[in-house]
Write a protein that binds this ligand. Sequence first.
Ligand SMILES: Cc1cc2nc3c(=O)[nH]c(=O)nc-3n(C[C@H](O)[C@H](O)[C@H](O)COP(=O)(O)OP(=O)(O)OC[C@H]3O[C@@H](n4cnc5c(N)ncnc54)[C@H](O)[C@@H]3O)c2cc1C
Length: 412
Amino acid sequence: MSSVSPQRVAVLGSSFAGMTAALEVRKHLDERHEVVVLDPRDHFTFIPSLIWMPFGARKADDITFPLAPLYDKKGIEFVNEAAARVDVDGHTVSTSTGRSIDYDKLLVATGPRLAFEKIPGLGPEGGFTQSVCNLEHAERAQEAWDRFLENPGPVVVGTAQGGSCFGASYEFLFNVHHRIRKAGLEKVAPVTFISSEPFLGHFGLGGVGDSAKRVEGFLERLGIEGIPNSSIKEVRDGEIELDGGRVLPFAFSMIVPPFAGVDAIRESEGLANPVGFVPIDDRFRHPDQPDIYAAGVATAIAPPESTEVPAGVPKTGQMSETMAKVAAQNIAADLTGGKHRDLPIAELSAICVLDAGNNGIIFKADNVLSHGIYANGEEPSARVMAGPQAHWAKLAFERYFLSSRKRGMTAF
Ligand SMILES: Cc1cc2nc3c(=O)[nH]c(=O)nc-3n(C[C@H](O)[C@H](O)[C@H](O)COP(=O)(O)OP(=O)(O)OC[C@H]3O[C@@H](n4cnc5c(N)ncnc54)[C@H](O)[C@@H]3O)c2cc1C
């Protein structure tokens, strides 16, 4: 047995990044060390399948599972509460019910805050557009879609300025179009796509291989007007006004909102940048707080290039899990003297499946944040495949991920 004294690792958030990190840390450390996870949600949700919920193709039970039994089995303490504040000097997390949890190492994986309030009229909570960014929003979007089917009209899908989940809005766009065609509503329900990307297929990454050509071709074939570089001024009941004055009427609209870090992290002194994201180094450790790590959407990652309209960097589920694994290895190495691992952000790779209802596009790219070029002048490899296999790949991955993750497996 190691001579290291027992330590406690606290993980804030239990989705793609947090759950992966907790399971990996648990694997690396012997049972004398404690791992505790906090999350106000008591279920894991496979967020990529939320794009199908509005059309009734998935119910909550199909794509969620309870967290407590998994953590119980794995010897991880689960606190079903939100972190309210982190005292970085005191090494303490206070929770929403006033509990105080001490930690030796902390990993922040609290994902995004959906900042609807930045655009008047945006979002399902008091606004006029829908969202598929969480389970509750996707359920509400289903009610809105049912109303749309009774009273169809133009559709607007997109990502607002400051949003970063471009893949999700493209997938939703293609699925909406697929459903409209199946319902025979093409003539009454023209579809428009708005995006803060400087060009379609940019994805907040400067493009992936020939993604611009592929995405433009897809939209053209489907008869969808795409408006890149768009910034939303205001949403009113049934219409979106863009900066510049163009007004887009809609009977149904789903817009991915601007992303920020969650309030508890933003408001914790010495932890986050002004937007609430946690700065990280190549070990996914806070540059000024050696006992604090972060992974997933909670991390501060600068865009690879500046764009006319603010476009965030996508931190996909797969990228989030990679970050979590590296952070977990480094936490274990800090505590037990094992080997550390460095993974510069620019060297993250990404696999992205854009489902289109019955076909789709698969992107696989190395070094997605390397400004499109390696230091040695070579272009990073990128592969793009379009066709029905993309749809089947997404379905198979959903089943595989949910069944393996329920058992606590972190490999995919
Ligand atoms: C519609 C949609 C489709 C997508 N499709 C894909 C896809 O096909 N492939 C892919 O790779 N990625 C996809 N993504 C992106 C993927 O879902 C995200 O990258 C991933 O969810 C990020 O994981 P995360 O753990 O960082 O954050 P999240 O999944 O957002 O999880 C954050 C967790 O932190 C918890 N939390 C929040 N505040 C606190 C607090 N104060 N204290 C404790 N816990 C807190 C939340 O309850 C939540 O459980 C999609 C995203 C969307 C919206």
